[in-house]
Design a binder for this molecule. Structure first.
Ligand code: 5GP
Length: 217
């Protein structure tokens, strides 16, 4: 993607600076986070469809598939044993344990896609986003916010997927994620999903602008 050396934050040019195995000059890593019920997946998939060369990174997880989940499309569903072996083998760029279920981003696949100049999208939580940003500082991170906490609670209830107790737990988790996203300062853009079409346009526009810019500026 980049044809000329550009100034990096280290003060050296890309042509001369020491490259870490996880560094990338070519592709662009885009992180999308946000609490559940906020329209994050719809926004992520819209970015994937709207930007040529964009690919979605399929995480591995130990959680059970829901009827809507497709193996290899939404996740790679694996056993705890397999997941632990993958951790030991260093297969993950990052991984987290959320309520006893593990989720991890495939390191090799992501690195290969970036080396090919692809725009790789990770839909991961705030803790995972922070771990990725520490390794790939050029990653572009978006956080999708609900218009308000009241609206988020209403949306979680409207999905009619879970018990009130589970909804309450997700809501508390959402509040924690939003607070961390603000505190940690790892997100380049916060997008409020008040109107889904507008939020999609804003997210796609932000990623498009970022992908046209040299990576280290
Ligand atoms: P769900 O079980 O609802 O599909 O996902 C739960 C949470 O895990 C979501 O916030 C989702 O973005 C996050 N997630 C999915 N895959 C990964 C991953 O590979 N790493 C991290 N850190 N979070 C993930």
């Amino acid at each position: 993607m980049m044809t000329e050396p550009t100034q990096s934050i280290t003060g050296r040019t890309d042509a001369t600076r020491h490259k870490l195995p996880t560094d990338t000059d070519d592709g662009l890593l885009v992180i999308v986070s946000g609490p559940s019920g906020v329209g994050k997946t719809t926004i992520t998939r819209s970015i994937e469809r709207s930007i040529p060369g964009a690919v979605f990174s399929v995480s591995a997880t130990t959680r059970q598939p829901t009827p809507a989940d497709v193996e290899g499309v939404d996740y790679h569903f694996v056993t705890d044993e397999t997941f632990d072996r993958m951790v030991a083998d260093g297969d993950f760029l990052e991984w987290v344990d959320l309520f006893g279920k593990k989720y991890g981003t495939p390191r090799k696949w992501v690195t290969e896609q970036l080396a090919r100049g692809r725009l790789v999208i990770l839909e991961i939580d705030v803790v995972g986003a922070r771990k990725v940003k520490q390794q790939i500082t050029d990653a572009f991170a978006l956080f999708v916010l609900p218009p308000s906490e009241t609206v988020l609670l209403e949306r979680l209830r409207a999905r009619k997927r879970e018990s009130e107790e589970a909804i309450r737990r997700r809501f508390a988790e959402a509040q924690r994620e939003i607070a961390q996203a603000r505190e940690w300062g790892i997100y380049d853009r916060m997008i409020v999903n008040d109107d889904l079409d507008k939020a999609i346009a804003e997210a796609v526009g932000a990623v498009r602008d970022r992908s046209r810019r040299p990576a280290t500026q």
